[in-house]
Ligand binder design. Structure first.
Ligand SMILES: Cc1ncc(C[n+]2csc(CCOP(=O)(O)OP(=O)(O)O)c2C)c(N)n1
Length: 692
């Protein structure tokens, strides 16, 4: 029977910040052994999470062990010790390695890492410095860490400190232009308190780095910026320890260690496989991997998975407790009738690009997230289109201006990534290169909103629509399902002139439209519940708002994107619970907005609730500004409410958990509607204002 040591007994503090004494140091063999165990715990945590990045966490683990257990001067009992070395984890998706480095060093219990990516866990999908002591900075948007390190190094110099700033990056990440700005700054300022490390595993999401966008020769590039360059085998513990020591001793210039590694190192079926970039092992794969690592009897897998389950059970309990309650369960597909099919909306983009890809003007740009956002469907099985598929790597800002250049030459470029990278990181490029010149560039904001789930707040675009709709010349469409996404892409790509932004979620969401449902750019649809059906979508009638005749409904819900199906479900709750009739307005085109449909709905119902899977305001404030400025509504009573994210960041968690946690479900809409309907019927409760 294997005996499993308790985390805190086995690994102790490395330095005592009060005396400056080393409390524990590791031999090369012990570091190797620790790295191997960290690989095992990493895979258990990924398996328990059901998502995460196996490949890049395994490739960096030897360096992680050397850094956290040997090279860095830090005291786990005093994580904010001012003289500690800082470790900036720029490659945020490799977060589990960082967590295990911290845990093995004694900053947190090793077992707790198994709560990775679960709702409210300190072990977020990408590191968050406000949730876990020892995490220096919040990362996840690639390419920012080295600049943070430059800032820390400059601050350290101003304060006459001697600690070092280590910065861990990926080789694909080197495609981000910001890194080269930071590299120049560190060289210019002779920041010898920086030690950068690049995990050169030669792979990124879309394939080999050299094919996606060559970054080598990295050594010559950093050397040209004035850096001391060391190149090592990133799995040879002796070389790692030696390089960290040498880099630390460099005077007068920053140092960088280029570590040649193998993505998926240690697990034969993961090694050098691009498919394991963003994938977690299932239970069978976990067992096979642990056998290969020689850890089957050395890691308490069952009890770790049990810990993960009970953490999840507690999260479930809290979520259920906080949900608005009704006389029965109305959640998706919870009953025998009103069943709905779900598909990811993003697939509609891929379908439309595949359909229209023969048009020689269409050019699709790859930003290293091509398969999952479906933009690569453009050339799938069509080798003749391959020349119009241009990979620009992880370089959203440059790609945006490059797209502007193509559009200026008559092409119809399409570029996309996580919405927060394709419509926020590159905002000034969108503003000046694209919008100011009114160019035909299509920007795809994929994986937007909360439904990107366990990746956590860094990847959940909840602010993109503020900027996109605020830009002159920009058109904005937020389709409600896969079918509407296809129609919208078809329209925007070939028929629409000027800059355009299309936004959708990652998760499978209900299909509530079909081929016959109207889609007219700039014109809202009215959706009305007509009864109960076996098929949810079939229970509703949809018409163009312009052709709809007032049925004097009790209230109106104005929704965009994935909130349209939620609004429809809310309409059903309101009908069955309270007998209210609801007009749902699908405002798929947020800009130009269908003001007439909004004004009619407000005039006809007197109650308007907006529903957006975004920070409250992109829709709510836009709608409010139209309603309050419409002379047709002057003097008429109007009650409004807004459903959306309430000025907070998201969290890691399952997509549908986050819909509940961030209060953007049908239940939340219905609850708000009920509140407003009470006011409509009884009037505003008397306000008791106290004056000082
Ligand atoms: C700014 C930004 N763009 C895109 C992504 C999505 N993304 C996450 S990991 C990754 C590939 C990173 O490749 P690399 O740096 O080589 O890491 P590794 O292969 O070692 O995991 C991408 C594109 C991101 N996190 N940040």
């Amino acid at each position: 029977m294997a005996r499993f040591p308790r985390a805190r007994e086995m690994f102790m503090a490395l330095m005592d910040s009060t005396t400056g004494n080393v409390v524990r140091d590791y031999s090369i063999d012990q570091l190797r052994e620790a790295a191997n165990r960290m690989r095992g715990y990493d895979l258990v945590a990924l398996c328990a999470a059901g998502s995460g990045h196996a490949g890049g966490t395994l490739s960096i683990m030897d360096i992680t062990a050397a850094l956290y257990l040997h090279a860095a001067n830090h005291d786990p009992r005093n994580p904010s010790w001012p003289d500690r070395d800082r470790i900036v984890w720029s490659a945020g998706h490799k977060a589990p390695s960082l967590y295990l480095g911290l845990a093995f060093a004694g900053f947190c219990p090793i077992n707790d890492v198994v709560t990775l990516r679960k709702l409210s866990s300190p072990y977020q999908g990408h590191p968050h410095c406000l949730k876990l002591p020892g995490v220096e900075v919040s990362t996840g948007s690639l390419g920012q860490g080295l600049s943070i390190a430059v800032g820390m190094a400059l601050a350290g110099r101003l304060d006459a400190k001697s600690h070092k700033i280590f910065c861990l990056m990926g080789d694909g990440e080197q495609q981000e232009g910001q890194i080269w700005e930071a590299a120049m700054e560190a060289g210019h300022f002779h920041l010898d308190n920086i030690v950068a490390i690049v995990d050169c595993n030669r792979l990124q999401i879309d394939g080999w780095v050299k094919d996606v966008m060559q970054v080598e020769p990295l050594g010559e590039k950093y050397a040209a910026f004035g850096w001391e360059v060391l190149r090592i085998d990133g799995h040879d513990m002796g070389q790692i320890v030696d390089a960290l020591q040498k880099a630390r001793a460099v005077v007068g210039r920053p140092a960088i260690i280029l570590a040649d590694t193998v993505k998926g190192k240690g697990v034969s079926f993961m090694e050098n496989q691009p498919g394991w970039h963003g994938k977690a092992p299932n239970r069978e794969e976990l067992d096979a991997a642990l056998r290969e690592l020689g850890l089957s009897d050395h890691i308490p897998v069952e009890s770790l998975l049990d810990e993960a389950k009970s953490f999840q059970a507690e999260a479930d309990r809290k979520l259920a407790f906080n949900m608005p309650r009704f006389s029965r369960d109305y959640w998706w597909n919870s009953g025998a009738t009103m069943q709905v099919k779900m598909e990811p909306t993003r697939k509609g983009l891929g379908q439309a690009l595949a359909e229209n890809g023969d048009n020689e003007r269409v050019v699709c740009l790859g930003l290293d997230i091509s398969g999952s956002i479906t933009i690569s469907d453009f050339y799938a099985g069509k080798p003749e289109r391959a020349k119009r598929w241009i990979s620009l790597g992880i370089a959203e800002q440059s790609a945006t201006s490059a797209a502007a250049g193509m559009a200026r030459e008559g092409k119809l470029p399409v570029l996309g990534s996580y919405a927060t990278f394709s419509a926020a990181r590159n905002l000034d490029q969108i503003r000046v290169s694209v919008c100011y010149a009114n160019l035909n560039v299509m920007i795809v904001g994929a994986h937007a909103g909360v439904s990107v789930g366990p990746d956590g707040a860094t990847h959940q675009a909840l602010e993109d629509l503020f900027a996109m709709q605020g830009l002159p010349n920009m058109s904005v469409v937020v389709p409600c399902d896969i079918v509407e996404a296809r129609k919208a892409t078809n329209y925007l790509l070939l028929k629409h002139q000027g800059p355009k932004y299309i936004r959708f979620a990652r998760e499978a969401t209900p299909i509530v439209t079909d081929e016959t449902t109207p889609f007219v750019f700039g014109k809202a649809n009215v959706i009305r519940l007509r009864g109960e059906e076996s098929n949810f979508a079939g229970a509703f009638e949809t018409r163009l708002a312009a052709g709809y005749r007032n049925e004097s409904e009790d209230l109106c819900i104005v929704a965009i994107g994935p909130m349209v199906p939620e609004a429809m479900r809310a309409a059903r709750i309101l009908k069955l619970e309270y007998g209210y009739e609801t007009r749902v307005l699908n405002l798929h085109t947020l800009k130009p907005i269908d003001a007439e449909a909004l004004v009619c709905a407000a005039r006809d119902t007197g109650v308007v609730i907006t529903a957006e899977e975004h920070q409250i305001g992109a829709l709510a404030w836009r709608v409010s500004s139209i309603l309050t400025a419409s002379p047709q509504l002057y003097g008429l009573p109007l009650i409004t409410g807004a459903i959306g994210v309430k000025d907070r960041f998201g969290d890691s968690g399952a997509p549908w958990e986050l819909v509940k946690e961030l209060e953007v479900s049908a239940e939340h809409i219905a609850h708000k509607a009920q509140e407003l309907m009470t006011i409509k019927k009884k009037g505003v409760p008397e306000l008791h204002l106290t004056t000082a």
